[in-house]
Design a protein around this ligand. Structure first.
Ligand code: ZN
Ligand code: ZN
Length: 296
């Protein structure tokens, strides 16, 4: 059983269409696929149609929400929330607006460095994406030959310590945990101890406090966690009775070293997560999106 619960399409900053993602997951032998584009559900229906058509792949629909906690950025994976919940819809809109509105400021800073990128180029490279993000600016820098890769663009220009970095609106983590619960979904913190995030607030005590605020699990097996971080997070998840997931964070060709199913989630952990999602939607009185596809 291969379970990969965190992937992206070109509706955010991945490169595959939602239908192509499902097809590739099928070819990679994945049984359960989580679709979790950044701050948008735009890819959901196309992916669900593809999962029903393709068979074999069961699709768990989710969103990776950009939040902030104790002054640091935290990515929150929200699985199976009702996408029509008004509070959740409004918060996602604010996050997407924040992304779009920072583009001019980033381009202005690049211009001051003598690198002229037109907003229209970024828009063209973003294609069907719900919001223009830094990865699309990175693509424009690659196209210009300023850098060789998205990674280099982030290190040299766009990352928090880069000269073209611009802060933006992020949802409050605790508030977002409440919204996901109210929308009948379940929450898992994505790559809590990835290097670029300040994880001091996400230690055992922090995770325990977040569990009280509605957190269901943590993503343990992720490319941005080394062996020691994975071992310690597994131990903490067990101690705090949090679901432990593992995922690729696949972005198509938009991110190297994140191949589909390079990490996966244990079946019993998925079962727990889906049971919690069932209970959450029943308690919230919301109609949750169903897990679709698969031969079973
Ligand atoms: Zn992330
Ligand atoms: Zn991601």
């Amino acid at each position: 059983m291969r379970i990969d619960l965190h992937t992206h399409t070109n509706r955010s900053d991945g490169t595959d269409s939602p239908a192509d993602l499902v097809q590739r997951a099928h070819e990679a032998g994945i049984d359960v696929l989580g679709l979790t584009d950044h701050d948008t559900t735009e890819g959901w229906s196309e992916a669900a149609d593809a999962a029903r058509r393709t068979g074999g792949v069961r699709l768990v629909r989710g969103i990776e929400i950009s939040t902030r906690y104790a002054g640091a950025g935290v990515h929150l994976l929200a699985y199976l929330p009702d996408p029509t919940h008004p509070g959740l819809v409004a918060e996602l809109e604010r996050v997407l607006d924040g992304r779009n509105s920072r583009l001019p400021a980033i381009l202005e800073r690049l211009g001051a460095l003598g690198i002229d990128i037109a907003a229209s180029d970024v828009r063209r490279l973003a294609g069907d994406a719900a919001a223009l993000g830094r990865p699309h600016v990175a693509d424009a820098l690659v196209e210009r030959g300023v850098v060789q890769s998205r990674d280099e663009a982030f290190v040299r220009y766009l990352g928090p310590s880069g000269p073209a970095y611009v802060d933006r609106y992020a949802a409050d983590l605790v508030n977002t945990l409440g919204l996901v619960t109210a929308a009948g979904g379940v929450s898992v913190i994505a790559h809590p101890w990835a290097g670029r995030h300040d994880h001091r607030a996400l230690d055992g005590a922090g995770l325990d406090a977040l569990k009280s605020a509605g957190l269901a699990g943590v993503e343990v097996d992720h490319q941005d966690h080394d062996d020691a971080a994975r071992a310690e997070l597994h131990r903490l998840a067990l101690e705090l009775d949090l679901v432990a997931t593992g995922s690729s964070d696949y972005h198509g060709s938009g991110k190297i070293d994140h191949d589909l199913a390079c990490n996966h989630t244990a079946p019993e952990q998925l079962d727990r997560l889906l049971e919690m999602a069932d209970r959450s939607s029943a308690a919230a009185g919301r109609t949750a999106p169903q897990v679709v596809g698969g031969s079973a």
